[in-house]
Design a protein around this ligand. Structure first.
Ligand SMILES: CC(C)(COP(=O)(O)OP(=O)(O)OC[C@H]1O[C@@H](n2cnc3c(N)ncnc32)[C@H](O)[C@@H]1OP(=O)(O)O)[C@@H](O)C(=O)NCCC(=O)NCCS
Length: 191
């Protein structure tokens, strides 16, 4: 069960257990707390300060306001008003596979291992294909991020080894620079 709704603030997506919605000021504090968790940020280059966390939320929120979609705040109605983000954004660097729209996710640790990320990601991908008319959605991460790769596989994404790349925004020579590329088409999306 996936449904879409549109308000002045942008689109939102409902799945059986998750709600992907525009950001609220009250999301900033739990978002910053989650971004300060070393386990959540294990596969990122640097710790995130409160100011950087707020700036990311503002960037995600602005994209939703301008384009209707983006990295949505995720709520689990009846459980928690904010558990992290899941959504779609145009890739903002140049690589062999760009221009492209990526699907991304980050949840607070208490909300791991419930299937929320995969369920919300299926909703976002469905929106990408049905509403935005995308022909393909990509995702990428460092090879060691097995949890994220498992979400990719669970929703039907396929690793494209020929597309694996060095992330241009990560410092040259850094262990987190090599990335694996996954691709998804509408027919591959798992129910
Ligand atoms: C990536 C991330 C979102 C994945 O979270 P996750 O909890 O592993 O993924 P899901 O929400 O899809 O949950 C799947 C797990 O829930 C379990 N699960 C429990 N109840 C479930 C249910 N009702 N339905 C489906 N799955 C359920 C699954 O069996 C699976 O467990 P497993 O890990 O033992 O195989 C999370 O690890 C994260 O936020 N990481 C940090 C940020 C990050 O790296 N983001 C990606 C950057 S590219």
């Amino acid at each position: 069960m996936i449904s879409f709704a549109k308000t002045d603030e942008g689109h939102s997506i409902r799945t059986a257990r998750t709600l992907l919605r525009p950001w609220r000021p009250s999301d900033l504090e739990p978002f910053a707390r989650m971004n300060a968790d070393p386990e959540v940020m294990e596969h990122f280059e640097a710790p995130v300060t409160r100011a950087q966390s707020d700036a990311s939320a503002a960037r995600f929120s602005d994209h939703i306001t301008a384009h209707g979609y983006g990295f949505w705040a995720v709520e689990i109605p009846g459980v928690a008003e904010f558990v992290g983000f899941v959504g779609l954004l145009p890739v903002e660097f140049v690589a062999d596979f760009t221009p492209a729209v990526e699907i991304g996710w980050r949840l607070g640790r208490p909300y791991w291992r419930h299937g929320y990320a995969s369920e919300a990601a299926r909703g976002a991908a469905r929106f990408g294909f049905d509403v935005l008319g995308l022909r393909e959605i990509v995702a990428y991460t460092v090879p060691a991020n097995v949890r994220s790769r498992a979400v990719m596989t669970r929703i039907g994404m396929v690793h494209d080894p020929a597309g694996d790349f060095e992330h241009p925004k990560v410092t040259l020579g850094h262990r987190l620079r090599p990335h694996v590329l996954y691709r998804l088409t509408a027919s591959g999306l798992t129910p």
